[in-house]
Design a protein around this ligand. Structure first.
Ligand code: BG6
Length: 484
């Protein structure tokens, strides 16, 4: 349940994440009536400014249409309970000051209960000191304390373990909410329902029926000024090791005993443990180059010259368990491609030859974004006086079917879950550990830790990706279906 009397503290309130995601989501929740009663939001960052200046910033973060009078009025209300206070990330007195500020707000509460939710929208270099100071100086003794943290959770298995164990000295697993915002997306949450509430899908969900699975992330823009961060991490750490692997785990886990957070995450960990580390020859790496009037990755001033950091990666994972033995799971992600799209494409096997020849395979596509949809490619009889089969689709496009419903933003869903104390869509410590085990060897190879770093193949900005992509996916048995 939602806790009344909650102070939400956003640390890193002037940064990119707060601006793009945290504040718009908090406002979205307020607008929909989902924030607890007596909620207050305190922004905290190094930049010195007063509430008025800060409110001006919030107004620029939150997009409201010119004719949306209700939205504008709600935003004015929202500002009344949002404050700002500046301070450092590594010194005790700043956090004592923050604590006094929070206590000032709480002193007006009628009940004794004082709940605090700390949202760390911060660079990893200050995760640990901030977590420690929050525990030492800002921990409420009369209510729930929760902390939300975001990736990067380390750079490999070892650094992740170090980070986790440092954070654990101050915050228990129950108090910690690790965001992978893909778990907050409507269509990712939908996977469990599709799989376990439909006999038809459940029955065909294994190596007997499925030939190959692709989980694809495509973005039409490059690193654009974010190259400093990106170059240190690369596309695998940015997208595959977290977002796409999380999608893979909900797609392939066994049915959990219940919908409880621990039951779900137990099953996710179990299936991930059946995946061996990725092999080099199951990997294709690319880097975008200038084309169509757009700059190449190396033209970004924030990127070191000659960087071999991949901005595109396709890797194939194998699950060694009775359900999935032999089925390739191809994870693909790239920046600066021809479109914005994230989808899961499950390609079924060929029908047994006999009465039909050259017939297209069935495919179940779960489109995560844009325009959420589930569609199934099937073969049907050509209408009319003949018996030929033609490929066609059963199409559940959300905006056509559910016209009245607004699909929430991932961050709205996740912040609400954290306020409710529901961990189902957050990443547990052991999930991270096993995710890093799968990716660490390949990442060390790419980082040039055990020899020369591999050189990614070039692909033009705005293209489908490296030209080697088609032969890469065909190698795993993918067959292009007719009606794409
Ligand atoms: C973030 C990555 O985790 O996810 C970004 O760091 C990426 O590089 C973003 O752009 C994509 O998220 P979404 O919700 O826009 O698909």
């Amino acid at each position: 349940a939602l806790k009344d009397n909650t102070v939400i503290v956003v640390l890193g309130a002037s940064g990119d994440l707060a601006k793009k995601k945290t504040y718009p989501a908090l406002f979205g929740l307020y607008r929909m009536g989902f924030l607890p009663r007596d909620v207050h939001i305190v922004g905290y960052a190094r930049t010195k400014m007063d509430d008025a200046e800060y409110h001006k910033r919030i107004t620029s973060y939150i997009k409201i249409a010119d004719d949306d009078e209700d939205g504008k009025a709600k935003l004015e209300e929202f500002k009344k309970f949002t404050f700002y206070i500046s301070g450092g990330y590594e010194d005790g007195p700043s956090f004592e000051n923050l604590n006094r500020f929070i206590e000032g707000i709480e002193s007006k509460y009628q009940s004794k209960e004082r709940n605090r939710l700390f949202y760390l929208a911060l660079p990893p270099s200050v995760f640990i000191p901030v977590a420690q100071h929050l525990k030492e100086q800002c921990y409420s003794k009369d209510g729930k304390n929760r902390i939300i943290v975001e990736k990067p959770f380390g750079k490999d298995l070892e650094s992740c373990r170090e980070l986790l164990s440092s954070l654990k000295q101050h915050w228990s697993e129950d108090e910690t909410f690790r965001i992978d915002h893909y778990l907050g997306k409507e269509m990712v949450k939908n996977i469990l329902v599709l799989r376990f509430a439909n006999v038809a899908f459940g029955a065909a969900w294994d190596k007997n029926s499925i030939s190959n699975v692709q989980i694809t992330f495509k973005e039409p823009f490059g690193t654009e000024g974010r190259g400093g961060y990106f170059d240190e991490f690369g596309i695998i750490r940015d997208i595959l090791q977290n977002h796409l692997l999380q999608v893979l785990s909900v797609l392939t886990m066994e049915r959990p005993v219940s919908f409880s957070a621990e039951d779900i995450r137990d099953e996710k960990v179990k299936v991930l443990r059946a995946i061996p580390p990725i092999e080099r020859n199951d990997t294709l790496l690319g880097q975008y180059v200038a084309a169509n009037g757009k700059p190449g990755y190396l033209d970004d001033d924030t990127v070191p010259p000659n960087s071999v950091c991949p901005t595109y990666a396709a890797t194939t994972l194998w699950i060694h368990n009775p359900r999935w033995e032999g089925v390739p799971f191809i994870l693909k992600a790239g920046k600066a491609l021809n479109e914005a799209k994230v989808e899961v494409r499950i390609q079924f096997k060929d029908v047994t030859q006999g009465i039909f020849k050259d017939i297209s395979r069935n495919e179940l596509v779960i489109r995560i974004q844009p325009s959420e949809a589930v569609y199934l490619k099937i073969n049907a009889k050509t209408p009319g006086l003949n018996t030929r089969a033609i490929p066609t689709e059963m199409d559940l496009t959300y905006k056509r079917r559910f016209t009245e419903i607004k699909i929430p933003e991932a961050y709205e869903a996740l912040i609400l879950d954290a306020l409710r104390g529901d961990h189902s869509n957050f990443v547990r410590d052991d999930e991270l550990d096993v995710a890093w085990k799968i990716f660490t060897p390949i990442l060390h190879w790419i980082d040039g830790k055990n020899g020369p770093a591999p050189k990614p193949v070039p692909y033009p900005y705005g293209s489908r990706g490296p030209k080697e992509l088609d032969s890469f996916i065909n190698k795993y048995g993918y067959k292009r279906t007719v009606a794409e």
